[in-house]
Design a protein around this ligand. Structure first.
Ligand SMILES: Nc1ncnc2c1ncn2[C@@H]1O[C@H](COP(=O)(O)OP(=O)(O)O)[C@@H](O)[C@H]1O
Ligand SMILES: [Mg+2]
Length: 159
């Protein structure tokens, strides 16, 4: 069971990116962040903000729609120097077991941002931060949740 942590309103694309950038200061190797929500909700936009802040520069962050995974390694200009990040978009994954072909066994040493996490089926780690972007009327809200026993509750305390 996931416990609700908080909800943040996302009135503009820039605010969705800024939320991602704020999360970059909290992430550590081994973290798994599931990004849920319908097509066009802003999952890749949030990931883009997080990845640019993680890398410490405004790099191009393509949607891994067709590659299914993109890898990033932070360099010297980043406070995450030497850390890896893997950005997945599992929308086109046909069978959960195909996930091993994408380097899924390496996520434990990396930071994983995963769009369409439900496609990972049984391979989705129990302890993860879940961010669901929902439409309410014509605006978006990011709803954070995590297992009750998760470190995320503490980590997001002053977020
Ligand atoms: N508040 C907002 N947050 C994120 N994206 C927004 C917002 N308002 C409008 N958009 C637009 O919605 C689209 C979101 O696309 P994307 O991030 O690729 O979604 P997803 O990865 O969830 O399919 C972009 O075209 C973006 O410009
Ligand atoms: Mg996307």
């Amino acid at each position: 069971m996931l416990a609700n942590l908080q909800s943040i309103s996302l009135p503009t694309e820039a605010e969705t990116q800024a939320l991602g950038a704020r999360l970059a200061s909290l992430v550590q190797p081994g973290d798994f962040i599931a990004l849920r929500g319908p097509l066009g909700a802003g999952k890749t936009t949030l990931a883009r903000g997080l990845i640019c802040a993680f890398m410490g520069e405004e790099i191009e962050v393509p949607s891994p729609t067709f590659t299914l995974v993109q890898r990033y390694e932070a360099g010297l200009i980043s406070s995450h120097n030497g850390q890896d990040l893997m950005h997945f978009d599992l929308y086109r994954l046909e069978d959960p077991d195909d996930i091993w072909e994408l380097g899924w066994e390496e996520i434990g040493a990396s930071i994983a941002l995963v769009e369409w996490p439900q496609k990972a089926g049984p391979h989705l780690p129990a302890d993860h931060l879940d961010i669901e972007i929902k439409f309410e009327g014509n605006h978006r809200i990011a709803c954070f949740s995590a297992p009750a026993t998760s470190v995320w509750k503490e980590r997001l305390h002053d977020f």
